[in-house]
Design a binder for this molecule. Structure first.
Ligand SMILES: C[S@@+](CC[C@H](N)C(=O)[O-])C[C@H]1O[C@@H](n2cnc3c(N)ncnc32)[C@H](O)[C@@H]1O
Length: 257
C-alpha cells in the first residue's frame, strides 16, 4: 500500500514513520511512504504558501494553488483516476478501527496535512474525498494526525505484523477491549498470572480472554458495550468477576490496615 503525505513539514512525518515496525515494513516494501513538500509548489521565490484570512481573524491560511499543484503532481490525470484523498482536520469524522480497516483496502491514499489556520476551503472541495480527525481537540498541524492514521492502517496490511492474529484479537477489532495480558515471571510482587493462562487449554484461555476483555470494556468503556448484545450467561460471568474483584480488594485493604 502506498501513502503520499502532502505537508509543509515532511521530516516530521518521515522521521516518525521510518522507525520500528512501520519502518521495517517500508524496508520490506510492504508499505510505501512518499512525502511531498507543499512549499515546493509555492510558485514564488520566497516559498510563501499562506496568506491572511478574508473576513478577518488571527493567523494565516494555506492557499489553494500550492496545495492543488502538490496534489496534481501525484498522478497523471490523463491516464489514472484521482487517488483517494484524506484531509486531516478536527472537523472530520473521528478515526476508529473500522475506518482504518476501510482505508487499508485502498492501494494509494493521499493524506493532506493542514497547518496554521488550515487550508482554503475551495481546494479542499476540489480534491478531498473525506475529512478525518484523530480526536476532539486541535493540533498545530496535521502531521502527527497523518502519522497516527498511517500507523494504524499499516498494521492491517499483510506482511506488516507477523500474522493477522496479531491485530485481530486486539482492542477495538471486535468492538470491545483486549483482556489483560501477562508474560514471565509467573509471579511478580506476589501477584500470580491467572492459572488458566498456564493450563495449556486453548479453549478455556480463549473464553477467559473474551470474558475478561468484555469485563474491561464494561468498566472502562461502557459506551462500547452498549453497542453489543451480551447473553444472560455473559452478564452472569461479568458480575461474578466483579464480585471476585471486590472481595480481593477488601482482603487487600484489610491486610494493609
Ligand atoms: C490549528 S489546526 C486548524 C484548526 C482549524 N482552524 C479549525 O478550527 O478547525 C491546523 C491543522 O492541524 C490539523 N489538525 C488539527 N487538529 C486535528 C485533529 N484533531 N485531527 C486531525 N487533524 C488535526 C489539520 O490539518 C488542521 O488544518
Amino acid at each position: 500500500m502506498k501513502f503520499s503525505v502532502l505537508t509543509l513539514f515532511p521530516n516530521q512525518v518521515s522521521g516518525f514513520l521510518h522507525e520500528s515496525i512501520i519502518g521495517r515494513a517500508m524496508e520490506k516494501g510492504v508499505i510505501e511512504l512518499q512525502t511531498i513538500n507543499i512549499r515546493d509548489f509555492a510558485g514564488n521565490r520566497y516559498g510563501k504558501v499562506d496568506d491572511t484570512l478574508f473576513g478577518g481573524g488571527t493567523g494565516m491560511l494555506m492557499q489553494c494553488e500550492p496545495v492543488y499543484q502538490a496534489f496534481s503532481s501525484l498522478y497523471d490525470a490523463t491516464k489514472e483516476s484521482k487517488p483517494h484523498c484524506v484531509f486531516m482536520s478536527p472537523k472530520g469524522s473521528v478515526l476508529d478501527q473500522a475506518k482504518a480497516k476501510d482505508l487499508s483496502k485502498y492501494e494509494h491514499v493521499v493524506i493532506l496535512c493542514g497547518h496554521y489556520e488550515g487550508i482554503d476551503q475551495r481546494v479542499l472541495d476540489e480534491i478531498v474525498d473525506e475529512d478525518l480527525s484523530i480526536g476532539d481537540y486541535v493540533l498545530t498541524g496535521g502531521e502527527v494526525a497523518a502519522c497516527v492514521v498511517i500507523d494504524c492502517v499499516s498494521r492491517m496490511i499483510d506482511g506488516v505484523l507477523p500474522n493477522s492474529e496479531a491485530y485481530e484479537e486486539e482492542s477495538h477489532m471486535n468492538g470491545y477491549l483486549e483482556a489483560p495480558q501477562y508474560t514471565k515471571p509467573n509471579v511478580w510482587h506476589d501477584q500470580a498470572v491467572p492459572e488458566v493462562m498456564l493450563s495449556g487449554n486453548h479453549a478455556k484461555i480463549k473464553e477467559w480472554k473474551r470474558i475478561h476483555g468484555l469485563y474491561d470494556t464494561w468498566k472502562r468503556r461502557p459506551d462500547l458495550l452498549q453497542k453489543m448484545e451480551l447473553s444472560a450467561e455473559d452478564w452472569q460471568s461479568l458480575l461474578a468477576i466483579d464480585a471476585e474483584k471486590h472481595e480481593m480488594n477488601k482482603e487487600t485493604s484489610i491486610d494493609e490496615n
